[in-house]
Design a protein around this ligand. Structure first.
Ligand code: FES
Length: 190
């Protein structure tokens, strides 16, 4: 019988490590926990759009926290995915104004078109559907968030199709948190 080999322990890339180091400079040494949310975002971007228990343990180890301190945060906020997801995670707002403007119909429509059920991923692995609470864009209801982008006024088939067409054309590469403001200086000449 072949010996079973343990899965490789996840490791942050050098760029992620540099960004985490930079974040930690914002807080005293005994307040590393203050970086937990941004570090979880980095971890999710680095490891395929979700945070496995092993990845959460890595976050805990990196910040000198107990694993439970990471789990209690990752399981509280809906923006952290705790199981594998598709290329694009569609976060469908289901709160009052979006509901009044047809979010239930939108959800049913997206389930039909993508083949994914809410909470699951389409058979082709492209779309994951999630229901979330108010995205603070009620004036443009119904709204779907995909990573950093909002798709608004999705009460017409035309707008829904435009969103799906745009997403299907995107190569999947999560936008890493530090890319919004450029790489840290320490990495710019590498
Ligand atoms: S209720 Fe959907 S954005 Fe506020």
């Amino acid at each position: 019988m072949e010996p079973t080999t343990a899965a490789a322990k996840p490791q942050f890339s050098p760029a992620a490590q540099a960004e985490i180091k930079r974040l930690l400079t914002h807080y005293p040494d005994d307040r590393k926990k203050s970086t937990l949310l941004p570090v979880l975002h980095i971890a999710q971007a680095e490891f395929g759009g979700w945070v496995s228990p092993e990845v959460q343990d890595l976050v805990a180890e990196t910040l000198g926290l107990r694993p439970i301190e990471v789990y209690e945060v990752s399981t509280f906020y809906t923006m952290f995915n705790l199981k594998p997801v598709g290329k694009h995670v569609l976060e469908i707002c289901r709160t009052g104004p979006c509901m009044l403007r047809g979010s239930d119909e939108l959800t049913a429509h997206l389930e039909r078109i993508t083949g994914a059920q809410v909470g699951g991923t389409s058979p082709d692995g492209v779309f994951t559907l999630k229901e979330v609470e108010c995205l603070a864009a009620c004036g443009f209801a119904p709204v779907v968030q995909v990573r950093e982008k909002y798709y608004e006024s999705l009460d017409t088939e035309e707008n829904v199709n435009a969103m799906l067409t745009e997403l299907k054309g995107l190569v999947h590469r999560p936008i890493l948190p530090w890319e919004e403001n450029g790489l840290p200086t320490s990495l710019q000449n590498n």
